[in-house]
Design a protein around this ligand. Sequence first.
Ligand code: NAD
Length: 490
Amino acid sequence: MNETAPDAKAITLRNYIGGEWLEFGGETLESRNPATGELLNLIPLSSADDIDAAVTAARAAFPSWSQTSPIIRARALFALREVLTSQREEIARLVTLDMGKTFDDAFGEVGRGIESVEAACAIPHTLKGQTLEGVARNVDVESFRQPLGVVAAITPFNFPAMIPLWFLPFALACGNTFILKPSEQDPLASRRIVELIDGIDEIPAGVVNLVHGAHDAVNALLDHPEIDAISFVGKASTARYVAQRGVEKGKRVQALGGAKNSLVVMPDADPELTAAGVTSSAFGAAGQRCLAGSVLLLVGTPEEQERSLGVVVDAAKQLRTGDGSDPETDVCPLVNPAARESAEAAVADALAGGAKLILDGRRDGGSGGAELGPTIVDDLDSDHPVTRDEIFGPVLGVVRAPDLDAALEWLNKSRYGNAAMIFTADGGHAREFRNRVQAGMVGVNIGVAAPIAWFPFSGWKDSIDGDLHANGDDAVTFYTRSKVVTSRWR
Ligand code: NAD
């Protein structure tokens, strides 16, 4: 279904509903290449009627798909894994074109998405129930997990291939039918993944549906009575809104929100691991990752703190900012010029309050107007928005603490709890940090503490609304409900 080649003239994308790619005649939104500003596509702003059509198709496909053997459903996912692996490079190129990140980063992202498919392939094992024999005379108890019905995923711009693949494989593996509403800012990777699914005979029409759109489409998904569960990833404010409205409408919701992650550097940290770990975390993907470290928490005496800061600043100065399709680029553009302006405004506000710029990444924005180089801000009020709020750009705020206790005290006041990283050569400090830090994903000498897909993506506090995370056993629990049968046979 090639209604457009990515480099062809911009045309309107289509929704994929019930196995058909449907022409769209309604209102659209422009989507541009962040590196060049080039117009790529027109994105349908789907209406409540479009969402209803997708739900009707998904509902019609549910009885048969939910009754399909988990072994056959797993085989369908093996087929998906094969096509994704064969098209990994092409999907990664679409991510770079549409979202801006470097090709290597995009290639890694698609690999992470494939990993979720692989984890979901274990469904005949992970879906197994439990039994307890003889709880009373001739009485046995057994529990099963059954699919929910029609489930929808609403995804953000920053991982346009991986995050749809956090949800789609597990939802299908558990026997649900699925509707994807990708970010309106960069839906090309989702579109390509669904094209590949369209070619897989083992996934019947209606099992996977793709609906483009923005806020109205999200509201229609949240309000539709025939949708049983919503998986969401995006800003904390949107996550809270989605969770509240979805739950009000009787749905099961997992809503993963924003983050503000600290990189704690102890005086004994290995300088090489620290330089590579901190800079890749803070400036990779231009800081547009929910696991990005955006606070550098320097621990030790003032001299030790200066030494650690020097290691990071020297490494950051080596990074090249530019078009993500250029293999020489380390720091890609932000997703659009407005995102760059917003990050720069936060820096300007800090400077107006007396902060000091240790590394100034501000530039003319590049040809797409969205570039900002690595920026490091010191001497901040330790509760300034640069240290407490999500900037989602390549901006690293410096905070100082005399010892690990003080560092943990400051860090644990964060409203977010997605990730926290420590760099140290001391196992005791690492253990203490791991135990006491209030974050669900912890890195020790690792800059981006992303769990593999067999574990849940475990944010805490305002980084999630809901109890069950994406991936791992949580995904199977989220996409099923348990049924407990008590039987007596004489
Ligand atoms: P966003 O909240 O703007 O958009 C996410 C989705 O919600 C999109 O599909 C969008 O169409 C929809 N949406 C946005 N505003 C809406 C509104 N007012 N009403 C209805 N729908 C709305 O997020 P984004 O900017 O695309 O993504 C970046 C954010 O995602 C960051 O905050 C990042 O930390 C977060 N994120 C979190 C995780 C995690 O695991 N916790 C992972 C990746 C990204």
